[in-house]
Ligand binder design. Sequence first.
Ligand code: SF4
Length: 388
Amino acid sequence: MSALTDLLDRAERVYRDWRFTTVKEWKARTGGLAVGYMPVWVPREVLHAQGVLPVGVMGAGDDLEIIRGDAYYQSYICHIPRSTIELALNGSLDCLDGMLFPATCDVIRNLSGIWKLTFADKLVRYYDTPQDFDPARGGAFVRKDLEELSEDLARRGARPLTAAALRRSVEAYNENRRLVRGLYDLRRDAPWKVPTYELYVLLRAGMVLPVEESSAMLASYRAAVEADTSRRPMDQARVVLSGSFCEQPPLGLLKTLERSGCYIVDDDLAQVHRWIRSDVPLEGDPLDALVAASLHDAIPHPTRWSEGEKKGEDLVERVRRSRAGGVLFAAPSFCDPALLDQPMAVAAIERAGIPWTAFKYAENGGQFQVIREQAGTFADSIKLWSAA
Ligand code: SF4
């Protein structure tokens, strides 16, 4: 087995392990706390600085049958809250000392309430992203929120937060973000070298493993694919995958899209790695720097207010930058933030003359034939008519 295959096997095992074995092993080894977080973004640096392992909880994918979780939510809404409750009720999340729920939508707000009622002994925080980005208001609000979170963690046995430790953690995550950005750039320039399903399992493993281990994995992967001369370009259409920022598509769906003739050259998957677009400055107060980056250097997003047509313009810019021939809008079924923004995004890319198509998915969907035909036809149409 090659080193690359070994690496990807390990990443996929971590990604598929809804029992969080590596988290349990880490806790047994270090005696530290582990705190889960849901999509899209939380300040993992603060947890890391206090010796706490941040653990991305992205639902159960297509590997777990939902039985009790269905009783907590309406049957028609998205799948991720139900599979997350199922994981909690079957004991898979017992290793987590707390959960952070970023403010993405009402579903997640309600999930944080369910958590408070059902798991009263755990730390539960609703991480409320402000929609006012003025440092004196939104910035002060986030800073206070983070200070309270760090005090809560310290009360549960984590190390107190210090500026020196936070600066080191910011540095570790800056390095990790640089490696992720580098792989996105490499995939954009040579998508045959970096298939999306490979990149994706590495990103997902990086949401569970310590950041240092994730960075080592990303660097090894990059070295391995750059040295691999057997990966050759194919006649595929370049597309941007938009809307998959919370509940994630099954791995089989990502493979299907690539096998149908698409090269995914930009996407919204596992966005915690790319929420902050550039390095967080290491000068000055690191908590202020982290707060400022999360407000002013964050990607335009359906869960954040943006002025005017900024989100649509950002999507058009991403298509241009990645030299994509079209956009695949792929959102989870009943995902309010993704589907409410979609008409504005469609209007923006239509104005720019960019082809698009749209479909919905569930994390546990297993039938991809219709999507394969749709994506394949879309890829053919881009290749036939965009070049004409
Ligand atoms: S998939 Fe969409 S609607 Fe469902 S929890 Fe996530 S953001 Fe909310």
